[in-house]
Design a protein around this ligand. Sequence first.
Ligand code: PLP
Length: 366
Amino acid sequence: MSQTLIPAAKPIVGDDERAAVDRVLRSGMIAQGPEVAAFEQEFADVLVGGRTCVAVNSGTSGLHLGLLAAGIGPGDEVIVPSFTFAATANSVALTGATPVFADIEPDYFCLSPDAVRAAITERTKAIMPVHLYGHPADMVALGAIADEHGLQLFEDAAQAHGASLDGRPVGSFGSFAMFSLYPTKNMTSGEGGMVSCATDEIARNVRLLRNQGMERQYANEVVGFNARMTDVHAAIGRVQLTKVQGWTADRQRNAAFLSENLDGVVTPPVADGAVHVYHQYTIRVADDRDGVVKALREEHGVGSGVYYPIPNHRLESLKHFAPGLELPETEIAAQQVISLPVHPSLTQEDLERIVTGVDAVVKAGA
Ligand SMILES: *Cc1c(COP(=O)(O)O)cnc(C)c1O
C-alpha cells in the first residue's frame, strides 16, 4: 500500500498552544493558579451557559470527584450504560457504589429511558448517561424519570463539548457533568477534566476533594485527593477553547459529507432537537466488522476505531457487578460499530478516499 494512512483521530496542537505553555513556564508559576481559574471561567461561559466549572487532572477524576461531591457512596446504585469507556462505571465503583448497567437505544447509542426505568431499585440514587460519540443522550426523558423517582441526574460529557439538546448545552442538565480534556477528545489540555456543577455546594465539594480537602491552606476539612490541574495544562486548554467551535463545525461538515455519500452501511442519525458534535462518526456494518476494519486500513489507508468492542458488563474488571446480565442492543452494537475518521484535519481527498474505501470493502464482503 503506497498511500499514507488517514488516522482515526488527530489532536491539533500548534504555535498558539506552544506559546501559551512557554508563557506559563517562563512565569515560574506552574502549579494550579491563575491560568486554571481563567480556564474554568472561560469554559463555563463558552460551553455550559455560565455554570460553575471546576478543573481537575483528568476526566476520570472529574467523574469520581463529582460523584463523591454529590454524595454517592457505598450501598448506592448508579445506573450507567455498559456501552461506553470503562471510566464511566469505574468512577462509580471507586466511590464504593454499584454501577448498574442499562441497555442503549439503537439509533444514538445512548442510554435507553425504558431500560433505565426497568433498572431502578430502592437503592438507586442516580442516573449517569453518556453523551456517546458526541450525541446528546435523551436528557428530557431521563430527567423526567429522575424527577419521578427522586433520583439525581449526572452527565458523562467526556466526548460531547458543545453538543446540545433543544438549544440547551450538554453539561447543563445534571447535578454535575464531566468533560474530558484527553488529547483525542474534541479539545485537550494534555490531560485534564472539567466538572460543570449545578450548585455552589457541589462545586465547593469538588474543589475540596481536588485539593486534599482544603479550602484554606492546612485547614483540611475532609479527606481528599490531589486531583489538581496545572497552569501549564490550563494554558493549553484555554487556547483550545478558542478553537473548539470551529473544529466542531469542521467535524459536522465532514460528517455531512460522509452521510450523503456512504452507501450500504448504517450512518449515524441525529435525534430531533439534538446537535451532534461527532467526537466519533460511527457506522454499523452487519457482517465481519473486524475484517472491514482491517481491509480499510490495509487496502485503502483508512484508519478507523472500534468503540467499544467489549461492553463494560462483560469486562473482567466489572463483570462481577452484573452476573448473567443480557443487554441485547449493547451486544449488537459492540459487534457492529466502526468509527471512521471525522476529525478537523481531514482534506476533501481524505473524505473521498474514506467513502470509496468503505464502498469497496462493504461490497466485496457482500
Ligand atoms: C475519555 C472518557 C472518559 C475519561 O476521561 P479521561 O480524561 O481519559 O480520564 C470517561 N468517559 C468517557 C465516555 C470517555 O470517552
